[in-house]
Write a protein that binds this ligand. Structure first.
Ligand code: KG4
Ligand code: ZN
Length: 363
């Protein structure tokens, strides 16, 4: 089954053709990064206008690279949320119009479910054993999810304020590193000392799988304000050490909560997804903790992890940040798992009442 996926939830205009949820035939992303660098962040109106310009050429390119025509496509999928409404409208309306005119089924995809399914791209459909715990960390969302089977998601925890990627972006701005912040902070951290500053890590109470990064962000802000500058500039050494200490604080919290959830649910695999899953230090810290079999609890005590899970992150960097292959992949699994029972022609994806029902929450 070949699905044309469309993604326009934020600032990437993307289209892809994916066969049977895993085989990526094309994955086209028109990045708006240079445009939003001018403002240091995404201005929704600017993003939406760019989607209008890029949507059709990107779809044409995705079909061309996959060497298929619209008549060869079995279904059309689009991100229906969460995301910027003015950006989502462009992708969902285009998908609806294509589905209606070509008489193809239309599948709405939750953006976070898409990020999760980035892990299956270019792997076998049954490559990742269940139960799985997935840490999704992006600019707009940060969650811990339990999956016992395909397309069955249970929300264990989520951010109470900022998402990890958003914290990276804000710290990058405080350190004068530019947009988007994640890769810039990671680059600066490379030469830095991660033990120089002991930033607060919000573990919350013992059972909590929720995240909070606002305290950490404020601590960086206070440190930067107190730091001596020369001609208004922070020293290279300070920037590197601050970036490295901040990055490690985020990675410690994310890895400890992920691995505690793995232990609690006796999971066979631990997955990373979302833009922050591109972070090398995060992958390294999680990989180390799994191979040595420990994580830290809310009081900083070392705990045994129990059964060691298989560790996965998307097989290609382009699958970490926003892309349409993950949307087409997720659509396939929801479709074939019977979750998507109402694939009809031309329905309004934005008015879909099922959007908020993708997760059940476990307390
Ligand atoms: O998934 P994504 O493209 O968009 C959302 O759904 O939000 O994620 C973008 C986020 C940005 O906040 C960006 O700074 C972060 O992912 N990011 C990173 C890295 N690459 C991207 N954060 C940390 N380290 C990275 N290497
Ligand atoms: Zn995303």
């Amino acid at each position: 089954m070949k699905i044309l996926g469309i993604e326009t939830s934020c600032d990437e205009t993307a289209a892809a053709v994916v066969e049977n949820g895993v085989h990526v035939m094309s994955n086209i992303i028109a990045s708006q990064v240079p445009l939003h660098q001018q403002t240091g962040g995404v201005v929704p109106e600017v993003a939406a206008r760019e989607h209008v310009l890029k949507m059709i050429p990107v779809i044409e390119q995705a079909l061309k690279e996959a060497k298929v025509q619209l008549r060869d496509i079995d279904a059309i999928a689009a991100t229906q949320g969460p995301g910027l409404l003015s950006s989502l409208i462009i992708g969902t309306c285009t998908a609806s119009a294509l589905a209606l005119s070509c008489r193809k089924p239309l599948i709405g995809v939750n953006h976070i479910a898409g990020h999760i399914y980035a892990n299956w791209l270019n792997r076998d459909a049954d490559a990742i054993p269940f139960p799985a715990i997935i840490l999704t960390a992006s600019g707009g969302h940060n969650e811990l999810v339990l999956m016992k089977a395909h397309a069955k998601f249970t929300l264990l925890g989520e951010t109470l304020d900022d998402a990890a990627g958003e914290a990276f972006d804000k710290v990058a701005r405080l350190l004068g590193l530019g947009y988007p912040g994640g890769p810039q902070v990671a680059r600066a951290a490379h030469a830095g000392n991660p033990n120089r500053y002991a930033f607060p890590k919000a573990y919350m109470h013992e059972q909590s799988y929720d995240f909070s990064f606002s305290g950490l962000k404020t601590a960086v802000l206070n440190l930067v304000k107190a730091e001596h500058t020369v001609n208004g500039l922070l020293s290279e050494e300070f920037i590197s050490d601050c970036a490295a200490s901040f990055q490690d604080a985020v990675c410690e919290i994310l890895s400890d909560k992920l691995l505690r959830a793995v232990k609690t649910h006796n999971a066979k695999s631990a997955l990373l997804s979302g833009g922050v899953s591109a972070n090398q230090r995060l992958r390294e810290i999680i990989g180390n903790k799994i191979s040595h079999g420990y994580f830290f609890d809310h009081k900083g005590r070392k705990q045994d992890i129990g059964r060691k899970p298989e560790f996965y992150f998307p097989s290609d960097y382009s699958f970490c940040t926003d892309n349409a292959a993950m949307i087409a992949g997720s659509a396939f699994f929801s479709h074939t798992s019977g979750k998507e029972k109402t694939a009809v022609y031309g329905r309004s994806l934005l008015a879909d009442p099922n959007l908020s029902l993708y997760y059940s929450r476990e307390r």
